[in-house]
Design a protein around this ligand. Sequence first.
Ligand SMILES: NC(=O)c1ccc[n+]([C@@H]2O[C@H](COP(=O)([O-])OP(=O)(O)OC[C@H]3O[C@@H](n4cnc5c(N)ncnc54)[C@H](OP(=O)(O)O)[C@@H]3O)[C@@H](O)[C@H]2O)c1
Length: 327
Amino acid sequence: MNRRVTLAARPQGFPTESDFALDEVGVPGPGSGEVLVRVRYASIDPYQRGRMSEARSYAQPLEIGDVITSQSVGEVVESSDARFTPGELVVGQLGWQEYALARGGSLRRLPPGLEPPTLALHVLGATGLTAYFGLFDVGRPRAGDTVVVSGAAGAVGQIAGQLAKLAGCRIVGIAGGPEKARDLTELYRYDVAIDYKNEDVLEALRGEHVDMYFDNVGGGISQAVHRRLNIGARVVICGQVSQYNEPRPEPSFHPGLLIVFRARMEGFLINDYRHRFDEGVARLARWVANGDLRWQEDVTDGLENAPRGFIGMLNGANRGKALVKVG
Ligand SMILES: NC(=O)c1ccc[n+]([C@@H]2O[C@H](COP(=O)([O-])OP(=O)(O)OC[C@H]3O[C@@H](n4cnc5c(N)ncnc54)[C@H](OP(=O)(O)O)[C@@H]3O)[C@@H](O)[C@H]2O)c1
């Protein structure tokens, strides 16, 4: 049987465990060109909150009863696509379930010996690529820049800051709580850590001239950073996670500041960089091999606990990339 986590109800405000259901259906057999994958690890991400809502977005919403969408890593069990053989590890949009059917063309084979294989779900997967393209293509760092990253201890943030450091920048990270603030300086090589839960961000940034702001959170934290921008600053809008559960999201910036600082603000979506994923993964893999990138994983054990892991991530309980161990 295939155990799956599905959407039981559209969350109103902050999600609760009753918005999810655990069910069991038969394991499907692969049709022509399809591959049956046994999922080992599934990703937990803020964007999943958007898919649970009917509001207009860049992707179709989930319907009630749909399996929660996610990138997952798993092992090929049966294949009707000659490119894949049983036993191979693959990554794809396989969802929160034990078994998934996928078109062969939608799967990527993991490099042999990739250890841990979960790297394909973060540093060498969607969140690492988000940090890579957001920082280099949208933010365009210059050596000596001061770069501020919010959500700095999370999956994207832990990599974005280190990439800015590799580009010769001075990096300031903002995260919630003393443990995460310690991770920023001791693990991820941030020059300055700000614990927004215990410090006034505007005050902590006094004297800073922010050349690039890599924004993962929006809201009040971003309002404070915007007031410390330097002339010619770039503001990279990666995410606004502080607002995803708000019925009326708070505007996080005043357009007049773009005039004052002659600044540029730009949002981006990682899916638009698909044609360059190989380039991004190759560069990230080199930094990983050289020991230049550090990361943490925050693993929830058991598919049935995925909703709890998801709600915890939205609350900031995750230290590093949030994942669920499925099998
Ligand atoms: N543009 C793209 O293509 C793209 C792709 C992937 C992700 N993203 C975005 O990138 C951001 C980070 O995603 P991720 O996967 O790396 O998640 P993550 O940072 O690992 O986890 C979410 C974090 O958000 C922080 N948070 C929650 N509520 C907050 C609040 N009210 N104020 C400040 N921080 C809050 C928490 O950290 P603290 O403990 O520090 O509060 C929590 O750990 C999200 O906004 C996501 O939507 C964008």
